[in-house]
Design a protein around this ligand. Sequence first.
Ligand code: ZN
Length: 277
Amino acid sequence: MQSHLQVQASDIPSLARLQTVHGVPREVIYDLVLANRILAHYSVLDTFGHISVRHKSTNTNEDCYIQAAYRAPASVELKDIAIFRISDSESADEHDQRKGPLEKHLHAAIFRARPDIQAILHCHAPSLVTFSILPQTSPARLRPVVHVGASTGASVPIYEIREHNGDGTDLLIKTPGLGDDLAKKFEADVRMVLMRGHGATIASVQGVKDLVHKGIYAVLNATIYKDAILLSGAMGGEVPVRTLSKEEVEACGDHVTAVQRSWPAWIEELGEETGLN
Ligand SMILES: [Zn+2]
């Protein structure tokens, strides 16, 4: 059976236009498809959630981003990748009128607010949502506790939509204004923001592979931390939970070299469906 990644660009008009009209490198498009599938494989993304990569269109010279227009991450194929303007999150291709995901505004807003950010992931992973419903000042607020979980930063702000749009929203980032409000949480050293009762948004200045690493290990870190808190509670709270210090977080860095090893292994795990091994 032919893999969806083995098709020729000429077989998919939108893919051909991404490459020849907008100048998106072939490997960037393929890596984005793989990122969707890897993150779904690791349950960072379920049937919702999305990931985007910054790109400046060679056609219009506009700042843009590419992402799957509207499909469950585990099923994303090359034909699903579309290009959108950072200025207004609308399609940047006159021949492609796909609208993109419902919460597309958060991607555009964060790319506008942080020109250094190269890729953005929005997910509803349960272990992260658990920490989103605790107050920002809680002793159990989310912090890095394992070295691989340090790449999402020492401080993880919580976005409270009620502070910006009052009570009664469905918690989703469905307008440009809400996107801008969320983007304000991404101060210079912030790499992940929890969204109360909703999910998390993670950003990378390195690119999509680093972002996949951050997503997988942010979920693992939250799971381990929650287990430790529960164990400590079962012991009457007499056994303290020890988190990474700020100095340890800085020393752990972004795990760039670890990603170089992990990426081929993640693809291999998807081997049967991608046909790449
Ligand atoms: Zn969401």
